[in-house]
Design a protein. Structure first.
Length: 481
């Protein structure tokens, strides 16, 4: 772990309702202006889509490929048993890809992605490209919040629930927005009922700035302990601590006093972390041209694994931001953190990575993920599509067929329904290179259930057509976990 220059102040570990200011330096890129995504698009899905829901203004909607999130209150919910996966791509106002993606992974508890730059609970793969290649979404940080422990259908939002003593006090969800420009002009606005970004831009522009949104987010008025960091283009980080009722005034003072350009704000809790991309130089020093991070919520707290590149981690109770390098894990619980290592090779060859590589290979935008080549030997930019088992149905004739099929899990059972009609054909299935089914040449139809015992979620399905009879026909349908 690399720690950047020592802070000029000390952050209080006991946040309480006191205000605590600290200044430290973050090793981050310095784009002309950080991009806050204007849209998040569901680029692809694997599994039962009923386990994923969109929440807009308190209403729930079904999810399909192409669904867009674009308002501060929009969220994607994952619902137990939570075996479905989604690939999220992030777009600018002009529809340009923002060099940033998020993949949801199976997890025993429900989780939430909040538009534009926050996830709560669950298990996620998060990737950025180099800052020098293109504007990046959530450049100034992705907030990761620990999930609830109840396993409820909707993830617990404990920060929204007042205690019995506060039962008579209305709980407000406070949305915030920061606008800035390269001259040092800033604006901060909050609202409990509408999007505050218009007001933030107006405040910033009143100082003569050519302003854009740099960050958005929310907190609950009932939260007893919060921390807010103002992250600026020059890498300086200024921090203030307070409660849900006092933080607005504290953050307003912090923004008003900002001397640097293009500052953004992050509001987080004792169990939260904020992941900020490291500089291109730090990423390339790891022999990488990309950043790939996996986060997961556990009973012990949050884990952040760096599979590729390097990132900064901000956490409540830590005196300095930390830069995590490739192969390092940051474990955080209740305002304390620890850096260890993890089995990076196993992570790069996991089913989670297999699915990411399939999503990337199938993307119309040709998402390049170099980690796929390193771990699985898959070139995602080659334009070779990968079939998904939950929607895989094939048919043909004498020419036969061979394809790779991606599942969402490596364990469980698959169901095969096949029809060989009157002329015998042959069907084989392989997992981890080991044959788990060989029908031999046969005719007719059947339904089979096959157990899976391998480590890979990718199957190879081979159909050999009857070489002697040109009119042969066959079809099959695979249903997978």
């Amino acid at each position: 772990m690399t720690i950047e220059p020592q802070p000029q102040g000390q952050l209080f570990r006991n946040l309480g309702v006191a205000i605590a200011f600290g200044v430290s330096t973050l090793m981050m890129s310095t784009p002309t202006l950080a991009e806050v995504p204007e849209q998040t698009r569901i680029d692809d899905l694997l599994g039962n889509s009923s386990e994923l829901l969109i929440r807009r203004s308190g209403r729930r909607e079904s999810v399909q490929i192409g669904t867009v999130l674009q308002r501060v209150r929009d969220a994607l919910l994952t619902v137990p048993p939570n075996n479905a996966r989604a690939m999220l791509r992030f777009l600018s106002a002009s529809g340009e890809d923002l060099n940033f993606y998020v993949q949801t992974n199976p997890h025993p508890e429900a989780s939430i992605y909040y538009f534009p730059c926050q996830v709560q609970g669950g298990d996620y793969l998060i990737g950025w490209g180099l800052a020098s290649n293109a504007d990046r979404g959530c450049e100034t940080g992705l907030q990761v919040t620990r999930g609830g422990s109840t396993g409820a259908i909707v993830p617990s939002e404990p920060m929204a629930l007042a205690t019995k003593e506060l039962a008579q006090v209305p709980v407000r969800q406070i949305f915030y927005c920061v606008a800035a420009d390269s001259s040092g002009s800033h604006g901060l606005a909050t609202s409990t009922t509408s999007d505050p970004c218009g007001e933030a831009i107006a405040q910033c522009a009143a100082s003569g700035g050519d302003c854009n949104i740099t960050s958005t987010g929310f907190w609950w008025s009932s939260e007893p302990e919060l921390q807010a960091s103002l992250i600026c283009e020059d890498g300086t980080v200024q921090t203030v601590a307070g409660s849900g009722d006092t933080l607005e005034g504290d953050l307003t003072t912090l923004v008003a006093a900002a001397q640097a350009a293009n500052c953004s704000a992050q509001v987080y809790r004792s169990d939260d972390v904020v992941i900020v991309p490291a500089t291109d130089a730090a990423v390339q020093a790891e022999g990488s041209d990309e950043i790939l991070v996996q986060t997961r919520s556990t009973d012990a707290g949050l884990q952040v694994d760096v599979l590729k590149g390097a990132v900064n981690v901000l956490a409540a109770g830590e005196d300095d931001p930390a830069m995590l390098q490739q192969g390092e894990r940051y474990s955080h619980n209740n305002a304390s953190g620890q850096v260890t290592t993890f089995d990076r090779e196993a992570a790069l060859t996991s089913v989670d990575m297999e699915v990411l590589c399939a999503f990337a290979s199938n993307s119309a935008d040709r998402l390049r993920v170099d980690a796929c080549q390193e771990g699985l030997g898959i070139d995602t930019s080659a334009g070779i599509p990968v079939a998904f088992c939950n929607r895989e149905q094939a048919s043909g004739g004498q020419e036969g067929d061979r394809r790779f099929v991606q599942m969402s899990a490596s364990q469980g059972e698959i169901k095969l329904d096949y029809e060989m009609f009157d002329v015998p054909d042959r069907l084989q299935i392989f997992q981890d290179g080991v044959q788990i089914l060989d029908t031999g040449f046969l005719s007719g139809r059947d339904s089979l259930t096959l157990p899976l015992t391998g480590t890979s979620g990718r199957l190879e399905v081979v159909v050999t057509g009857n070489a002697a009879i040109a009119t042969t026909e066959w079809n099959y349908l695979l249903t997978c976990p």
